[in-house]
Design a protein around this ligand. Sequence first.
Ligand code: GLN
Length: 301
Amino acid sequence: MNTRELLKQAARELREAGVPDPEYDSAVLLSRVMDVPPLQLRLGFTEPTEEQLNRFRELMNRRLKREPLQYIEGKAVFHRQEYAVRPGALIPRPETEGLVSWAAERAERWFRTQAPGNAKPLSGLRVLDLCCGSGCIGISLKDMFREAPLELTLTDMSPDALDIARENAERHGIACEILQGDLFAPLEGRRFDMILSNPPYIPSSECDTLQDEVKREPRMALDGGPDGMDFYRRIAEEAPKHLKPGGIVILEMGFGEAEAIRRLMESHSAVRTETRRDEAGIERILLAEYEMKKQEKDTHV
Ligand code: GLN
């Protein structure tokens, strides 16, 4: 059977199994097995070998069971770069790129004001990626500031996620500190200029109704407690202890959570908050600013 016919049949099987993008997925999987671009496969001038056909069948069976395409491929694209992904960490989502862009704008501004003219910046910008998962937020931010002194810390509760984050940091040649623990637990007495986080934010009751593919992702990366807000409550309360004067927090949020999170942050000493919407028009990212205080011993202000 030539590749065109094979793809047609595979897409039909995937469609029947309820896979959202059957043509795309079947072409990606066959392309991976045969090492031929999807478009060329669609023309149907080639035939897979017996071995390629068997390998394709294996991958198709996984996809038919609704394993996410990115897990089968072992990679996902985020911020125009490839990240390793496995079932131990959430698959990076395009809406999270908005968090990275906002953090990059602030980092750029910070380095500019720290370094008048072309003088060397006075001190490093300390960035924390809390609940880092695959590490895509912190790593892609640091990647944009390779020449600048950005000191990155990644933390997560899950050792499996941290293994993936470590692999991604190495893959992209990013030096960072990686700590395991429950939210701020491994950060006793530490302060940052920027705390970035995409915490679990889906209400527990909704976790069972998610798309089959999302159910294959770690529940602990998704489940935000009864109202989805458990992590925001703890972040709002604990972040001020871990921020340097004038520090900021940037958070990704779930659908309909923005107003409540804004109030939480403002009731725990954030002096100003601002939100941005994602491509679907949902208030998705919140930035909270904290007071700019003069501190005698702190030269990083
Ligand atoms: N955006 C993810 C989803 O909708 C959830 C990510 C999270 O809980 N932080 O599947």
